[in-house]
Design a protein around this ligand. Sequence first.
Ligand SMILES: [Zn+2]
Length: 427
Amino acid sequence: MKTTGDQQLLKRINRSVLLRLMRAESGLSRADLSRKSGLTKSTVSALVRELVAEKWMAEAHAPVAVEGMGRPSTPLQLDAETRVLMGVEIAVECLRVVCVTLTGVVVSHAQVPLVSNLAARACQQTAQVVFEQCQQLAAKKLLLSGVGVCLPGAINEEAGMVRFAPNLGWREVPFLSMISTAFIDIGVPQVPIHLQNDADAAALSEYEFSTYEGEDPLIFVSCDVGVGAGIILNDRLFVGAIGMAGEIGHTILQIDGPLCSCGRLGCAETFIGSRALKTAKNTDLAGKYLGVLIQNLDVMFNPRTIVLGGQSCVNNPEVIDKAIATLTNYSKLADMPLTTVRAARYGLLAAAVGSAALVWHRFLRPMPVGKSAPLQQMVKNAVAAAAEVETKETAKVVPSLKPQAAEYVVPIKPVKRRGSPAKIQEH
Ligand SMILES: [Zn+2]
C-alpha cells in the first residue's frame, strides 16, 4: 500500500500518543493503551510492536494476571536502558554535554572550557566532545536518538539560525547547518539535531522529565552571565513571534541603574547576572531584585511553577531564598495565592539536560515548529487520506485512523498535564 506523507504524520502522532501515555503511567498494558488512547487494539498492537522493536518501549518481565478468563496482560514501559538523548549547552565560558535516558536519568556528562567564541571553532569543539560521548555510548551499547544544542541567544529554531547571541558575539549565524556539517565530518551518527535558547531548553528539563504533574504554565528563570526565561505554555515551549520571548534579562528593574551590556541602564542582568554577583558586596540585594523579577513574571503569566536556576542561583542558594521571600511578601500584600517557586532539579546541568529534553519534546510532538494553522490543515488532510484509504478497504496498517485522527488530542487527557494539545482544535 502506498503510504502518503499525511499518513506518515498520523502514524507518528499515534506513536507519540502511546509514548506519552506510557510516560505518564508506566506499566500500562496494550489493552490499557487502547482504552486510554481510543485507538483499536489491533492498531495499538501494531504500533507497540514497532516501538518495542525500535527500543522506545519495553515489555516488563512478569505478565500480570487479569480478572476472568482473559490472558495475562504484559505491562509496558518506556525503554530507559537502551535509547539515549544527548544535550549540549554552549555557555559563554564552557561547553557542557550530557546523555540522559528517555526518563531523564543522566548517564554521562562532560564539561570543558569553551576554547573560542568564534562560531566555527565552537562547532568544531562541540563536534569533538559529542563524538567522544558517542564513542562511550557505543561501548555501552546505548543508542543515540538525537542531539539538542542550546546557547545564550535568540534562536529561530525552525531555520536553525542564531539571530543574536550578544554574550558570544554572534549575529545571524546558520548554526544548525554548521554543527550538522561538523558532526558529519567527525563521524557523529546521523540523528535529528535541534537548536534552542539555553533558558528555553532549561525549562524543558523541568517539564519533559517532570515527576510533578500539571506544571503548566512553567517558567524557568536562568541567571547566568545573561538572564533569561524559558516558558512552557499549553504544553508547548513559548518562544514568541521571532524566538525572542523570555529575554527578561533586559527588563528594567531600576531607572538610571548600572549600564548593561545591551546599552540600556538598570537591566535585570546588571543586578542578578553571574558577573554582577561576582563583584557584589552581598547577595541580599540580588535576591530582592530576582524576587521583583519573578513577581512581575508571576503577575504576567500566572504560572503554576517558577523554577530558578543558572550559576547565580546554584552557586548562591541564599539568592533563591531571598527571591522567594520577596515574592511571598508581594503576594501577601496583594492577597494573592502563592505560586510554587523552587530550585532547578538538574542544577548547573539544567540547560544541557534541557537540550536533550528538546529532542524528546519535538519527537513527542511531531509537528512543524510554529506552524499551528498549517498543522490543522495537515491533520485534516490526514483524516481525509485515512478515510479514503478505508473506503478502498486497504487500510490494513492503520485501520482506526479515521475516527482517531479527528480527536487525536483526546488521548493526552489521562496524562493530567494541563494544556494538552487541545490547541489543535480550531478556534
Ligand atoms: Zn540590558
